[in-house]
Design a protein. Structure first.
Length: 457
């Protein structure tokens, strides 16, 4: 088989600055063992997130120059609106400065005390916005998704039986909505099948419950459906995406992922009355309805990016590069989540560092070790990010202790990825030397962004 090459040429480059292990040791200490607190220039390969970190195309940069910056009725807005209407089939489109702003608006209106939002897995900002409104989020991931080493096609699926049971227990009138996150970021970037989307839709319809998609990575999800689900091999990504959205009442989207944009997001809806309420909030928090939280040039870049993301040569290369890294690690017995997700490769820190107990945050310890050893920045998705405390102040751990290596879109080449694999293998060979961490300062919500930690001896 021929090598699957990057389906682009590079026209503009950014330098990477090299530093030493000694320098990184000091930098990590200054950053309190929290990689969010590092300066980006001190990172060699930045796999913290695939969000807002994409390389834009020449067409998108041209769009940036064409952006119409009119306050009201900008041409770029209509381009943006039309593209989203085509993909989602939803008539009402609300631009926001990023995904969480769309979530904030939606849950400010539909959330509130004694309400519940059910999901395959809520992303952390979504959960935070739900909880901030007084409502509660409940994850109902399928059993296959909970086993990090089990190879299955759609590990992002929602557990349909659990959904039915929760509806019986909580009462449909108390359930604000069901949200399917596609792909399931916090659950390993694993896809949700069309059959699962359809089944959720049927239950929601039967109980008169709203059904939304958190659609940040809809194109990657559509590609998985095309390549893994019966009946979709000959359908275009657009057709598959349109079917996915056709079952939903609305969606939130961070355009910083599957729209190749450095900033942006939107809320798309079918309900006119709810749209009016959302737009009222939009005007006081984000901006006028035809720009929301965005400049005209951003709207233009998103509209173009939404087309480019659905190109099959791109998605083929994208998903294949995740598999490439995942397989390299798996072949060397490194515990990775399998199969590879759509935007990231996840290390299983509990298995990687069995000598570090969960209350000493093995995921964060591993992420710090990758930075120290090779200048790679990753992110912990485990008890540091999601852990809570019980009434006695003891940690209630997250289900998994993962380290996510999120791959920015169109940014790194295969040799960068080979280097990443080498660093991980070297760290794996010396894993016993890695020590646990203790949190010494933390915020109440989304603590992982700012918390300070110290290394235990
Ligand atoms: N939903 C999902 C599934 C996400 O992955 C994100 C962001 C959001 C919502 C919020 O979007 O950042 O534009 O406000 N995920 C980023 C990440 C931050 O690193 O996975 P946002």
């Amino acid at each position: 088989m021929q090598t699957i090459i990057e389906p682009f040429r590079i026209k503009s480059v950014e330098p990477i600055y090299f530093n030493t292990v000694e320098e990184r040791t000091a930098l990590l200490k200054e950053a309190h063992h929290n990689l969010f607190l590092l300066k980006a220039k001190d990172v060699l390969i930045d796999l913290l997130t695939d969000s807002g970190t994409s390389a834009m195309s020449s067409a998108q940069w041209a769009g940036i120059m064409k952006g119409d910056e009119s306050y009201a009725g900008s041409e770029s807005y209509f381009h943006f609106e039309e593209k989203i209407q085509t993909i989602t089939g939803m008539p009402y489109v609300i631009p926001t400065h990023q995904g969480r702003a769309a979530e904030k608006i939606l849950f400010s209106i539909l959330g509130g005390k004694n309400k519940y939002v059910l999901s395959n897995t809520l992303f952390d900002t979504t959960r935070a916005n739900i909880e901030y409104s007084g409502a509660q989020g409940i994850d109902l991931l399928c059993d296959e998704g909970k086993d990090t080493s089990l190879v299955a096609n759609f590990k992002g699926n929602l557990n349909i039986q659990a959904l039915q049971e929760q509806i019986n227990v909580l009462g449909s009138e108390n359930i604000t909505m069901v949200v399917l996150t596609v792909t399931n970021n916090s659950g390993g970037g694993q896809p949700v099948s069309m059959a699962n989307i359809r089944a959720v839709r049927a239950i929601c319809k039967a109980h008169n419950i709203l059904f939304y998609l958190d659609a940040c990575r809809f194109a990657e999800n559509a590609y998985f459906i095309k390549t893994r689900e019966d009946g979709y091999a000959d359908k275009s990504i657009l057709t598959i995406a349109q079917e996915m959205f056709s079952y939903a009442d609305g969606c939130t989207m961070s355009a910083k992922k599957d729209a190749f944009a450095n900033m942006g997001g939107f809320l798309a809806l079918r309900d006119e009355a709810l749209t009016k309420q959302c737009r009222n909030l939009l005007v006081i928090t984000e901006g006028f309805p035809t720009y929301g939280g965005l400049a005209g040039r951003d709207l233009e870049a998103i509209a173009i990016g939404l087309d480019e993301i659905m190109e099959e040569s791109y998605l083929h290369y994208r998903i294949r590069s995740m598999e490439y890294l995942c397989n390299k690690l798996h072949d060397a017995d490194v515990p990775v989540m399998r199969p590879a997700g759509g935007h990231a490769v996840y290390l299983d820190a509990k298995k990687f560092l069995p000598h570090i107990p969960v209350h000493e945050y093995p995921g964060q310890a591993l992420a710090c070790a990758l930075y120290l050893h090779g200048g790679i920045r990753s992110v912990e998705i485990g008890s540091f990010m999601f852990g809570k405390y019980n009434v006695f102040g003891n940690l209630i751990p997250a289900t998994h202790e993962l380290v996510r290596l999120a791959i920015p879109r169109r940014v790194y080449t295969q040799s960068h990825i080979d280097y990443v694999a080498e660093v991980i293998l070297e760290v794996f060979q010396q894993k016993e030397k890695i020590k646990g961490l203790q949190i010494i300062e933390e915020a109440e919500l989304l603590r992982h962004f700012t918390a300070k930690l110290i290394q235990l001896n």
